[in-house]
Structure formats: C-alpha cells, structure tokens
Design a protein around this ligand. Sequence first.
Ligand code: ADP
Length: 274
Amino acid sequence: MSDKKPELSAAMKSKVEPKVFKKNPIIGTKFTIAISSAKGGVGKSTFATNLALALKKIGCKVGLLDADIYGPSIPKMFGIDEKPKSDGQKLEPVNKYGIQCMSIGFLTDQQTPMIWRGPMVTSAIKTFTQKVNWKDLDFIIVDMPPGTGDTQLTFSQEIKMDGAVIVSTPQEVALLDVKRGIKMFDKLGVKILGLINNMSHFIAEDGKKYNIFGGDGVLKTAKEFKKDFLGEIPINPEVGKSGDEGMPIVEKYPNHEISKKYLEFAENIKKIYL
Ligand code: ADP
C-alpha cells in the first residue's frame, strides 16, 4: 500500500492551510511602528505625536501617519490646516516640525463626521501606505484607531509592521480591551514592543501622588501576557494644553520632565532598530 498522502483539492487546501498574507513595506521608510490602544481617549495620539517628535530630536527621519480614519487627531495636535499636494499619482506628505505627516483629516473638513464603511477604510489605508511619497524615513509612526477593527487587520495582514506599542490608562475597563488588543497582535504576528501606562498618576502642588485612574494594572497586564512594560506618563495639564494648541510638549518644552520621558522611549526604540 502506498504511504503517499492524497492530494488536497484547492478548495480543501484553503480551508486547512492558514492564509499567508503578502506583507508590503511602506515605501520610503525602514520601519513601521504602530501606536495602538484598545480604548479611545487614553492618550494614544498624544503618545504617537510626542514619540515622533522625540525620535526626530534624537536624529531619526520620521513620518507620522494618522490611520484613525474615523477620528483623526494629527491635524489638530500638529496644528496643520494645509491640504497635501498631489501630482495625480501620489500625495505629498505635509511637513511640520521636521516630520512628514499624512492624515485623512488633511483631505476632509475636520468637522465632517466620517461615515466610512469597512472596505472604504481599507482603501484609505492602502492609499496612505502605497500612494504617499514618504521620503527616506527611518520610522513611520502610525497612530492607529482604537480597538481591533478593519484598520488593525489591514495593517497587520497586508503591511510589514515592525512593532506595536500599546497605550493604556490603568482603569479596569481600559485593561480589558488591552488584553483583546494584545491577543490580536499576537495572533496576527505583529511584535508588541510593550505597554505604556498613560495618565498613571497625578502629582499635586503639595507633592502628593494621586492614582486617579487606579494603580498598577498596566504593569500587571504586561506581566500576565509576558510583554515588556515600557513605563508610565503621569497626568500633566501641560501635555493636554500643548496638544490642544497644535504644538506637542516635546516640541514646545523639550526640557520638560514629561518630554524627557518621551525622549527616553525614543532612545529605546532607536536602539532596537537602528
Ligand atoms: P486617544 O488618541 O487615545 O483617543 P488622545 O491622545 O487624543 O487620546 O488624548 C485624550 C485627551 O487626553 C487629550 O485631550 C490629551 O491632550 C489628553 N492627555 C493625553 N495624555 C495626557 C497626559 N499624560 N496628561 C494630561 N493629559 C493627557
């Protein structure tokens, strides 16, 4: 009796073999790093903008891609109200603070709600990764939308992602979603660089420390899932104010204690890749 395995039909093969996606790099950059959060409002865009600026300050060439199609923040946080130029084939990124930026918010009225359906989101992501003239970059920092939806899937399956940072606040509700986010990246084979505890605590004028959103839940979650804990960023009104003004804290006050934290994160990322 022959011990040759019977050939599987093509239809059967597609059922039993895991689908292998062809992952394209974003042309014009060496490394693509996603800044992700499971919940909205935890400070993901604030982290992405300040990290991009910190990487720039330590000598890297940086792009910032706002992939939050439903709620783009980069135009406001970087104070950009200019439309990107196009040669009919490709879009030119908008340069601000020495960083090449692209956002759906540059192309639409900021106050128009985005009622994009899944396939349209996917096509917008493809445009931003394949039809933008990113030039000679070390890193593209991608500000992901919150959650585990179409954008995350498209990026993780079709684009060469070199790492993801997950930003969270310490509340239990945020952490539940973080766990889902970790599982998603693990499943899709995207390396998680680690977790950031944003708005970890507040230091009042009397020097007392207040754990406004809870304790060390982000650290515990990192340990539980065997991921690195990258550090914490306290609540500081200057962080919010500078972002609202269109000049993030690393650009506005590079010597501020919070800016130094972003610079440290940037040094660590540079060390890993360059
Ligand atoms: P996300 O991208 O997760 O939705 P944002 O970056 O837009 O969150 O941040 C939500 C709000 O919290 C913004 O007003 C931002 O300025 C503020 N914020 C973020 N991090 C801090 C911080 N460490 N201290 C004070 N305010 C912060």
